[in-house]
Ligand binder design. Structure first.
Ligand code: 13P
Ligand code: SF4
Length: 301
């Protein structure tokens, strides 16, 4: 392992590369990354880095967004088929048809989507800024794609607007039910419950705090509580435990595991740098429009 880490360090120098990792990556992959974060933090980091090469340890839509924001850089996804099932739950033709049925209503598209779908949307959001993005629009009605759970969370926070929901979901978060959380609470009655808004509405409504992976990490760091139930993918436990040695963390339900996020290994990161693979480049016919929708999001503070 030490040898692999050294190889990656050397290759990063040789290639003028940075490694970025999502909070759900394997512990050892997070440990070699120059930046670990949520979707928004990684998108901003990739847009600002001077490196020539970005090795994106995450899933396809994340690397694609990095490439959209940094067209002059080479973006590598270590495992070509690391995808996000939720992103595949909306296609361009279906979205166009939905828009036709709702003329004049803007589309807010979660970043967990393809570049082609982003290109057909008005503005992108992530889980950390979805509420702010929807509030930033003057329109009283919004079409929200593809996550119905995040969309419902936004609708609850912004009751003055009507949010139409697309029926997509994250299989990892959606499988957790209120009954699982209630069982976890019974086992740890003093724990504070922090959940990701990709969880079902009935789970979010039980939570003490709802936020993106970074917001969950920040909340746990500053909270005076000592025990936490975590309602998101288990990869966040690595940072939570490293940053909070005196606190205890338990998952709020079974199966908080994203198989696609776990496909990336140190070997695949090393091989990505050795062979300069797999280069992610959004289709040129949609890149400009998708980039514009992403840029609109980055302008919302
Ligand atoms: P975050 O933006 O909160 O990191 O979420 C990304 C994701 O895919 C959650 O499942
Ligand atoms: Fe997609 Fe869910 Fe995995 Fe996030 S956790 S990448 S939304 S499948």
């Amino acid at each position: 392992m030490v040898q692999l880490e050294d190889e990656i360090r050397q290759l990063k120098e040789d290639r003028n590369a940075v490694v970025v990792a999502h909070n759900y990556q394997r512990d050892e992959v997070q440990a070699v990354a120059d930046k670990v974060g949520d979707s928004l933090a990684l998108a901003r980091f990739c847009a600002e880095t001077d490196a020539a090469v970005i090795v994106f340890c995450g899933v396809h839509f994340m690397a694609e967004s990095a490439s959209l924001l940094s067209p002059e850089k080479t973006v590598l996804l270590p495992v070509a088929d690391a995808g996000c099932p939720m992103a595949d739950m909306v296609g361009v033709d279906e979205l166009k048809a939905w828009r036709r049925d709702h003329p004049g209503i803007p589309v807010v598209c979660y970043i967990n989507s393809s570049a082609a779908v982003k290109a057909e949307s008005d503005i992108i959001c992530t889980s950390s800024n979805a509420v702010a993005v929807v509030r930033s629009l003057p329109d009283p009605e919004i079409l929200f794609i593809p996550d119905r759970n995040l969309g419902q969370y936004v609708a609850d926070q912004v009751p003055e607007k009507t949010v139409h929901l697309w029926p997509g979901f994250c299989p990892t978060h959606d499988r957790i039910r209120a009954v699982h959380v209630e069982e976890a609470r019974a086992a740890h009655p003093d724990a504070v419950l922090l959940v990701h808004p990709e969880c079902r509405p009935e789970v979010c409504r039980l939570a003490d705090f709802v936020g993106s992976t970074k917001q969950i990490l920040d909340h746990a760091r500053t909270s005076p509580a000592s025990t936490f139930l975590i309602g998101t993918e288990e990869g966040v436990l690595w940072t939570l435990r490293r940053d909070n040695p005196g606190k205890r963390f338990f998952l709020a339900g079974p199966g908080f595991f994203c198989p696609n996020m776990k496909k990336t290994t140190l070997e695949s990161v090393r091989d990505a740098l050795v062979h300069m693979r797999h280069v992610i480049q959004p289709p040129p016919d949609t890149a400009d429009r998708a980039r514009a929708a992403l840029a609109r999001m980055l302008a919302v503070r």
